[in-house]
Design a binder for this molecule. Structure first.
Ligand code: C2E
Ligand code: CA
Ligand code: CA
Length: 649
C-alpha cells in the first residue's frame, strides 16, 4: 500500500479509495476474528444461559449495536421469550414473554426471513406506516436450527447513530446461521438434563416408596405373627412352632406337650372394671408367665383370655408339675390402679403322641381337657380319650363318608363374590354340604378333615370339580358367565396324579377358565418347589389360583409374587371385626396395599356388616364375600339371587 501511496501517478481520489479499501479490509479481518473467537468460545459451551450470554455480547460487538436481544420461541409455539441479551435495557427485558403474533418477531416467524429496513416495501400500507419511522433502528434475523426454527437475534439502535444497513444484515445473518446450531445443541442438552433430573426424582420417590413398602411388610409380618397387646407369639406362630416340635418329636421318637390356659371369669373383670383394666391384667399375666419360661419353651396368646404353653421333650409327670407352677403364678393378686384383682385359670393338657399326632388333634384335645378342668377342683386336666365321646363315632363316620361319596350324596352350595366398585357378581365359591340322614347337617369343618383322614378327599375333590363345571355350564346358558372357586385340600394338591386327573376332568381352557382353585396359604411356604410346576400347569389349563385364609399363615408376599397366583382372600378372622379392631384394620389395609403392589386381586371374606363393606371399599379392596351379600345357597337359590341381583344393578 505504501508503495502505491508513494506513486506520483496515483491521484488523491484514488488514494482515498485505497484508504477506504484498507479500512474495509481491516474491518473484515476484525469481523472474521470476532466470529472465530465467538465460535471457539461457544463451541465447547453447553450451558444454555451462558451460550445466550456470549452470543448476545458478541453480536453486539459485531454490529456496534446499543442493544442485542435474543427472542426464543417457547414450546407452546404461541409465545416467545427473551432468553438472552446485552447492552442498554437488556437486563430488564430478558425473561419477558410475548405473544408470537406480536410485532416484528411475528413477521420473522411467519416469513422465516430477516427483518430490516429493506423489507419495508413488502409490508401492507398499514404496517409500513406503523414501522417506517424507526425501520432503520432495528434488525432481526432468524435463528434457524437444523431441526427447528428457534427464534431470532435482534439488534436495536447503532451506537454511532447510523441506521442498520445491508452489510449489517449480511453479517448478522451469517453469525446467526452458525450460532443457531450451537444454541440448538445446548437446548437439546438442557432438555436431556431436565429429563435426567425428572428420572432421578422418580428414582428417589421410588426408593422412598419401596422403603415404605418394606416397612409395612415388616409391620404386617409382625402383626400376623405376634399379639400386639402382650407381644407374645399369636396363634399362627404357635401352630408353626408346634408343627416343628411334632415333626422333631416324630423323628426323634420323643414327645412334647401343650397346656392350654383359660382365665376364669375374665369376662367379669372386663365387665366390672372395663376393658382397659382387663387388658392390663392380661399384660401382667403374660409378664408373669413369660418370666417362668425356659428358652426352649414357647408361650403364646391365642386370643381373648386364652394362653398356651408348648413344652418340648416332656411327659405326663413333668407337664403336670409345670402346670401346677403356672397355676401358682396366679396366686398373687394383681394390683391395677386402686383395684386388687384375683384371677384363676383352667388348664387343659394334651401330649404328643399319646393324645394326637397333629396340631389340630392336639389343640382340640387340650381344649376338651380345659373344659373338663373348669369342673374339677385341681384347675387342670389331662386329655383322656375314655371320656371323650366325640372320638367314639369316628369309625362309623368313615363308613358313612364312603357311602355318601358313592351315592353322590354330597352337595355344593354357592356363595357369591361381588366387586366392591360396581357391585357385580363375578365369581361364586363352592362350599361342600353334607346332610346326614340320621345326624342331620354336618359342617364341612368336620367332614372335610374326616375325608382327609379316610384318604377319600381326592375322590371328593374330583367330584366337586366336575359338579362345579356342570353347574357353571348351566349358569352360562342362563347368561351368567361367572367363575367358580373350589377349595382344594393340600393333600389332594400334592398328589402326583392331581394334574392328570384335573386335565381329564377339565379337558380344555374353555372349561378351565371357569375355575378358580383356592389353596391355603401355608402350603406355598412348605411345598414351594414341588408345587410351582403343578401350579403352572393349572394356569396353562386356564385355571386361576387364589390363596385362601390369607393372614393365618405367614407367607411372605414377595415369595408369593414368584408364583402364578392372581388372587388372595383375606381370612375372615381379620375382616369380621375390622370395624372394631384397629389391629385387624391395619392388617387388612397393608395386605391390600402389598397385594395390589404385586398385581394381585384381593377378596375379603366374612363381610357381615355394611360398615365393614364400606370400610373395605374405602381401603380399595377389590371383591367382597360374606353373609351381608349372601350366605352359601343351593344352585337354584343362587339362580334367583343372580337374576334379582343383576336386575338391581
Ligand atoms: P373357607 O374356604 O374359608 O370358606 C368360607 C367359610 O366361611 C364357609 O364356611 C362360609 O360359609 C363361611 N362364611 C362365608 N361368609 C361368612 C360370613 O360373613 N361370616 C361367617 N361367620 N362365615 C362366613 P363353611 O361352608 O362352613 O366351610 C368351612 C370350611 O370348610 C371352608 O372354609 C373350607 O376350608 C372348607 N370347605 C368347604 N367346602 C369344601 C370343599 O368342597 N373342599 C375342601 N377341601 N374344603 C371345603
Ligand atoms: Ca375357601
Ligand atoms: Ca377362607
Amino acid at each position: 500500500m505504501t508503495n502505491q501511496a508513494g506513486n506520483p501517478r496515483v491521484s488523491t481520489n484514488q488514494n482515498t479509495l485505497f484508504l477506504n479499501l484498507e479500512e474495509n479490509l481491516q474491518n473484515k479481518e476484525a469481523e472474521i476474528e470476532l466470529l472465530q473467537e465467538t465460535f471457539t468460545e461457544i463451541g465447547s459451551e453447553l450451558n444454555l444461559d451462558t451460550v445466550f450470554q456470549i452470543v448476545a455480547t458478541r453480536a453486539r460487538e459485531l454490529l456496534g449495536a446499543e442493544t442485542i436481544l435474543i427472542p426464543i420461541l417457547d414450546e407452546n409455539c404461541e409465545t416467545y421469550t427473551y432468553r438472552g441479551g446485552a447492552g442498554k435495557n437488556a437486563g430488564e427485558i430478558i425473561g419477558e414473554s410475548l405473544p408470537l403474533e406480536f410485532g416484528v418477531c411475528g413477521w420473522v416467524w411467519r416469513h422465516k426471513r430477516p427483518w430490516w429496513q429493506g423489507v419495508l416495501n413488502e409490508l401492507s400500507e398499514e404496517e409500513r406506516n406503523l414501522w417506517e419511522k424507526e425501520a432503520g433502528t432495528m434488525i432481526l434475523v432468524p435463528l434457524q436450527g437444523k431441526r427447528h426454527f428457534l427464534g431470532g437475534i435482534a439488534g436495536i439502535n447503532k451506537i454511532n447513530g447510523e441506521e442498520f444497513d445491508r452489510r449489517d444484515l449480511t453479517l448478522l445473518s451469517m453469525f446467526a446461521s452458525i450460532v443457531a446450531i450451537v444454541i440448538e445443541n445446548a437446548m437439546a442438552v438442557k432438555k436431556i438434563e431436565e429429563a435426567h433430573k425428572i428420572a432421578e426424582d422418580y428414582q428417589l420417590r421410588l426408593e422412598i416408596l419401596n422403603k415404605q413398602l418394606l416397612e409395612s411388610s415388616r409391620e404386617l409380618e409382625f402383626l400376623s405373627l405376634y399379639d400386639t397387646l402382650t407381644l407374645l407369639p399369636n396363634r399362627t406362630l404357635f401352630r408353626d412352632r408346634l408343627a416343628q416340635h411334632i415333626s422333631l418329636a416324630k423323628s426323634e421318637g420323643s414327645s412334647c406337650g401343650i397346656a392350654l390356659i383359660d382365665i376364669n371369669d375374665f369376662k367379669q373383670i372386663n365387665d366390672a372394671l372395663g376393658h382397659d383394666t382387663g387388658d392390663r391384667v392380661l399384660k401382667e399375666i403374660a409378664e408373669r408367665f413369660k418370666n417362668s419360661l425356659h428358652t426352649y419353651e414357647t408361650l403364646a396368646r391365642l386370643g381373648g383370655d386364652e394362653f398356651i404353653f408348648l413344652f418340648p421333650n416332656t411327659d405326663k409327670k413333668s407337664i403336670v408339675k409345670k402346670t401346677k407352677n403356672i397355676l401358682k403364678l396366679l396366686d398373687k393378686h394383681f394390683n391395677i390402679g386402686k383395684s386388687e384383682i384375683a384371677a384363676g385359670a383352667s388348664i387343659g393338657i394334651a401330649l404328643y403322641p399319646d393324645h394326637g399326632d397333629d396340631i389340630g388333634e392336639l389343640m382340640r384335645h387340650a381344649d376338651w381337657a380345659m373344659y373338663r378342668a373348669k369342673n374339677n377342683k385341681q384347675g387342670y386336666s389331662i386329655y383322656d380319650p375314655e371320656y371323650d365321646d366325640t372320638s367314639l363315632g369316628k369309625l362309623t363316620l368313615q363308613a358313612d363318608l364312603r357311602n355318601t361319596l358313592e351315592n353322590q350324596g354330597f352337595e355344593l352350595y354357592y356363595q357369591p363374590q361381588i366387586t366392591l366398585n360396581d357391585n357385580q357378581v363375578i365369581a361364586i365359591e363352592a362350599l361342600g354340604r353334607w346332610s346326614h340322614p340320621l345326624k342331620g347337617f354336618i359342617p364341612p369343618n368336620i367332614f372335610i378333615p374326616a375325608l382327609e383322614q379316610a384318604s377319600l378327599i381326592d375322590k371328593y375333590t374330583y367330584w366337586a370339580i366336575e359338579q362345579a363345571l356342570t353347574d357353571a355350564g348351566e349358569l352360562k346358558l342362563l347368561g351368567h358367565n361367572i367363575e367358580i372357586a373350589i377349595n382344594i385340600s393340600t393333600q389332594t394338591l400334592i398328589n402326583r396324579d392331581f394334574i392328570t386327573n384335573v386335565k381329564r376332568i377339565v379337558q380344555d381352557q374353555e372349561n378351565g377358565r371357569h375355575l378358580v382353585f383356592e389353596i391355603t396359604e401355608n402350603l406355598f411356604l412348605s411345598e414351594y418347589d414341588r408345587l410351582s410346576d403343578t401350579l403352572q400347569q393349572l394356569c396353562d389349563l386356564g385355571i386361576s389360583l387364589s390363596i385362601d385364609d390369607f393372614g393365618t399363615g405367614y407367607s411372605s408376599l414377595s415369595r408369593l409374587k414368584k408364583l402364578p397366583v392372581s388372587e388372595l382372600k383375606i381370612d375372615q378372622s381379620f375382616v369380621k371385626d375390622m370395624s372394631n379392631s384397629t389391629d385387624d384394620e391395619a392388617i387388612v389395609r397393608s395386605t391390600i396395599d402389598l397385594a395390589h403392589n404385586l398385581g394381585i386381586t384381593v377378596v375379603a371374606e366374612g363381610v357381615e356388616t355394611k360398615k365393614v363393606y364400606l370400610q373395605l371399599k374405602k381401603l380399595g379392596c377389590d371383591i367382597a364375600q360374606g353373609y351381608l351379600i349372601s350366605r352359601p345357597v343351593p344352585l337354584n337359590t343362587l339362580k334367583d339371587f343372580l337374576n334379582n341381583h343383576n336386575a338391581n344393578i
